[in-house]
Write a protein that binds this ligand. Structure first.
Ligand code: ADP
Ligand code: ZN
Length: 616
């Protein structure tokens, strides 16, 4: 299994639970796996497809998704095909031929096909090694996307008693999970409920003022990163998409009111990195398998945490950092309440209302976002706080700012409240100005105590403290800084925590990381991305099918200049190495020689930078 994992898929390790699931399937046992989006469910049936002699039949609800999956499987030389209504009769005949002759390793079908007796008959005459049901929650009325066609799956278990069957879903409730087992008739299945934590997602909530401007601002700060912006109404989708496009952002709209051809075209453009941003209603998403979505913004309040979590889950499937930003305003509530009041069934109405309340609590709360989200799904996050959401970061900044504020106020006190801001800053940063030396202030304790921070930061902090009436400026034309009553509270620690107004509003760790990314690495990443797009266009596949963002990033860090080096990179298996290895190695070599940098000198791998930023 591990050899195939490395050679075919190019991965060094299994993601959590993949190995257990595959082992059970290979041993012939049924499996139900509830894993979050991006957890790596596809590998759980693709790897068996490489190992098992017959055909793995995958039931999947969406035609668009099937096509991408077939493309991805072909990229690693798996003989894969799909059967759906979009195929021409010739293409269909070709698939049947490959299926009958036993050459096909992976066959994707839509659930309605299982209702056809002729098709079942064909299946009975070929060696099916495994049935894998994707989006298995569609079989349950309790799930969010019940599809009656899925009920046909109930027949498989009795028609093919010796073929193991696996049901995969990312829908979390236990009720749905049990319904899946019952309706598919799985026998003593191996049940797996993975943690729903998505450690690479950074959750953030911002008070909403002008949503369009806030989105534009975000997109400008994170240029060229593919992302989804959700809005509730078709009108606001169109407006925002037009507004972004008008401001030079490559953005397209997507909503159920559009012609289906236009919708499909926009989705495809986004999928292929031709459009950077897609502005959409919640109609967008089920058919999207794009692994390099770098952000999901909710510009309006979602109606419940289930939808919110599912939609944010579309970010960062490749495991690389991604942002989930919720713009929140109380003014969104009446609209949602209006729809809830239209629900006729009283119980349903009450449930919907309670769910909205939980959503509002999440948005307006200040507890760790991750902990709150996971707790909602009944999962207990092992730590008190995750450290990787806006609430956690805010708390951390507050704590460190609290000690900085104390350092600054003690300096004002030590200098007996007789000096102005620039003198205080000189003192704190340890600058031996004439005045400092004249008055021997460099001999006092506290001199240079804040030299690790730049003077500008102390300046800004002084302004903050004045704004909060902890310091006051007195005297004209040479104002000096005086402590107020509140300053003494801060000094005694009473006010050290939980004061958001001490926090710089632009504190944005995601942006900080972006800025600190080494320029050269960024340039190389861009070049590799362009190269990937060219290859993808040539082979008519989405770019992330060639290599994921994670793989490209790792290339910019490892800088492989030969095949052995490239093979070390996650996501580079034998087939892809052979297909694209040369091209990427040449690009990297070209880049290195242009910069006359080598792996050993001058050029600092980004991993170090990232570490530094994380510590800061
Ligand atoms: P899901 O269907 O559970 O949402 P996918 O099967 O689409 O998730 O996998 C998400 C991403 O993770 C894909 O880009 C896939 O290539 C990658 N992936 C899957 N398994 C591994 C692994 N063992 N190591 C590294 N990446 C993996
Ligand atoms: Zn947190």
């Amino acid at each position: 299994m591990r050899d195939i994992l490395k050679q075919v898929f190019g991965f060094n390790d299994f993601r959590p639970h993949q190995e257990a699931i595959i082992t059970n399937l290979l041993a012939g046992r049924d499996v139900v796996a509830v894993m979050p989006t991006g957890g790596g469910k596809s590998l759980c049936y693709q790897l068996p497809a490489c190992l098992m002699p017959g055909t793995v039949v995958v039931v999947s609800p969406l035609i668009s998704l099937m096509k991408d999956q077939v493309d991805a499987a072909r990229e690693i030389d798996l003989d894969a095909a799909c059967l759906n209504s979009s195929l021409s009769p010739e293409a269909m005949a070709d698939v049947y031929e490959r299926l009958r002759s036993g050459r096909l390793s992976l066959l994707y079908i839509a659930p309605e096909r299982l209702a056809s007796a002729a098709f079942i008959e064909i299946l009975r005459n070929v060696a099916v090694s495994l049935f894998a049901v994707d989006e298995a929650h569609c079989i349950s009325e309790w799930g969010p996307d019940f599809r009656p066609e899925y009920l046909g799956l109930g027949l498989l278990r009795s028609l093919f008693p010796n073929v193991p069957m696996a049901a995969f879903t990312a829908t979390a409730t236990v009720r749905v999970q049990e319904d899946i087992i019952r309706k598919t008739g799985l026998r003593y299945p191996f049940i797996l409920r993975a943690s729903f934590d998505r450690p690479n997602l950074y959750y953030r909530v911002r008070e909403k003022s002008d949503a369009n401007l806030m989105v534009l601002d975000y997109v400008r700060k994170h240029p060229d990163r593919p992302g989804i912006v959700y809005r509730t109404t078709r009108k606001s989708v169109e407006e925002l998409a037009a507004f972004l496009a008008h401001n030079g952002v490559s953005a397209l709209p997507y909503h159920a009111g559009m012609e289906s051809a236009d919708r499909a075209r926009n989705q495809e453009a986004f999928n292929r990195d031709e459009a950077t941003v897609i502005v959409a209603t919640i109609a967008f998403g089920m058919g999207i398998d794009k692994s390099n979505v770098r952000f999901v913004i909710h510009a309006d309040l979602p109606k419940n945490i289930e939808s919110y979590y599912q939609e944010t889950g579309r970010a960062g499937r490749d495991g690389e950092p991604a942002d989930c930003l919720l713009l929140w305003g109380r003014s969104d509530i009446p609209r949602l309440k209006y729809f809830i009041n239209q629900i006729e069934d009283e119980d349903e109405r009450r449930i919907a209302s309670a769910k909205l309340e939980a959503m509002v609590r999440y948005a307006s709360g200040s507890a760790c976002r991750r902990r709150t989200l996971l707790a909602y799904f009944g999962e207990d996050y092992p730590e008190a706080a995750c450290g990787h959401c806006d609430s956690c970061v805010k708390r951390r900044i507050e704590q460190s700012l609290g000690s900085e504020a104390r350092l600054l106020l003690s300096a004002v006190m030590r200098l007996e409240e007789r000096y102005g801001a620039s003198h205080i800053v000189d003192f704190v940063t340890g600058k031996r100005s004439d005045r400092i030396r004249e008055r021997d202030h460099d001999c006092l304790t506290g001199f240079g105590a804040g030299r690790d921070e730049p003077a500008g930061r102390w300046r800004a902090l002084i302004d903050d403290l004045i704004g909060r009436e902890i310091l006051v400026r007195r005297g004209d034309p040479y104002p000096i800084l005086k402590l107020t009553k509140r300053a003494f509270e801060v000094l005694s620690g009473v006010e050290s925590d939980g004061r958001p107004s001490l926090v710089h509003s632009e504190a944005d760790p995601a942006a900080a990381i972006t800025q600190s990314e080494s320029n050269a690495t960024e340039i190389l990443f861009e070049r590799l991305r362009v190269l990937r797009s060219e290859i993808a266009a040539e082979y008519h596949v989405p770019p992330y099918v060639v290599f994921s963002d994670k793989t490209l990033k790792e290339m910019t860090v490892r800088l492989p200049t030969d095949e052995t080096g490239l093979k070390e990179v996650t996501g580079v298996g034998d087939i892809k190495l052979e297909k694209y290895g040369r091209i990427f190695i040449n690009e990297i070599k070209g880049f290195l020689s242009e910069k006359s940098l080598s792996t050993n000198e001058g050029f600092r791998p980004r991993s170090e930078l990232v570490k530094k930023t994380n510590n800061a």
